[in-house]
Design a protein around this ligand. Structure first.
Ligand code: ADP
Ligand code: MG
Length: 215
């Protein structure tokens, strides 16, 4: 299955729906160890993407990813705004001039996640969105290299995202606002990890439905 930017409106719609549906739960998580604004910040960015979704669908991947990054950077705010902005702008640079085969996408996503690590000066195990993004990037790379069939790949990516999100529960936050609470962050899932997982899983759902019913 070829994945083209024409699918972006479907992805954006699915992501908006899942964040709306889970907004109260995520806000409760963020109120426990953050300042409670994470969903509000994210929604501002996702709403801006919805408004531009027709235009995004008409661009090539590099241009679409660049535009997504710029929109997110200027609308989300908070720590997550610059981190998501960096993710997509770096993905755009890696994808430039190449057809978007799975391996190219995996490389672009991995480079994007590397740039989030540098921008946030953070790594795995610090109780952030990176505890979802890093294992998903690694699984995607490994699956692209091993030529795993698409339905299996999608299922294992979704499982990896959920495991990553759940793994933040037992971690002590060492980055971002939550780090001020230190040991008291144990026992709470990180809100940014939860939204990263929800967004990744909603894209996977769209792709699973398409691969099950080829048009
Ligand atoms: P803020 O913390 O500025 O209010 P948000 O509420 O929008 O920003 O986002 C908080 C989320 O951002 C956290 O739950 C965490 O997942 C993520 N985050 C915070 N700091 C970092 C960092 N240095 N590296 C990676 N992710 C981070
Ligand atoms: Mg916040």
């Amino acid at each position: 299955m070829q994945i083209e930017p024409v699918l972006l409106p479907d992805f954006i719609r699915a992501i908006n729906e899942t964040i709306d549906k889970n907004a109260d739960e995520v806000t409760a998580l963020d109120q426990e160890i953050g300042d409670g604004d994470h969903v509000f910040n994210l929604k501002r960015g996702l709403h801006a993407l919805s408004e531009q979704s027709t235009e995004l669908a008409g661009l090539d991947w590099a241009a679409a990813l660049q535009k997504i990054g710029m929109i997110l950077m200027s609308t989300i705010g908070g720590a997550s705004g610059s981190l998501y902005g960096t993710l997509f702008v770096t993905m755009s640079k890696t994808a430039k001039g190449k057809p978007m085969a799975l391996k190219t996408f995996a490389d672009a996503f991995s480079q994007g996640v590397e740039s989030v690590k540098s921008r946030g000066r953070a790594g795995a195990g610090e109780k952030t969105m990176l505890d979802v993004l890093i294992p998903v990037a690694e699984k995607l790379q490994a699956s692209a290299e091993a030529d795993v069939p698409l339905p299996d790949l999608l299922e294992s990516l979704a499982q990896t995202a959920v495991q990553g999100m759940e793994s933040t529960r037992d971690m002590v936050a060492t980055k971002g606002r939550a780090s001020f609470l230190g040991e008291r962050t144990k026992g709470h899932i990180d809100a940014g990890a939860r939204t990263a997982q929800l967004m990744i899983c909603s894209i996977i759902d769209v792709l699973s439905q398409r691969s099950a019913s080829p048009s």
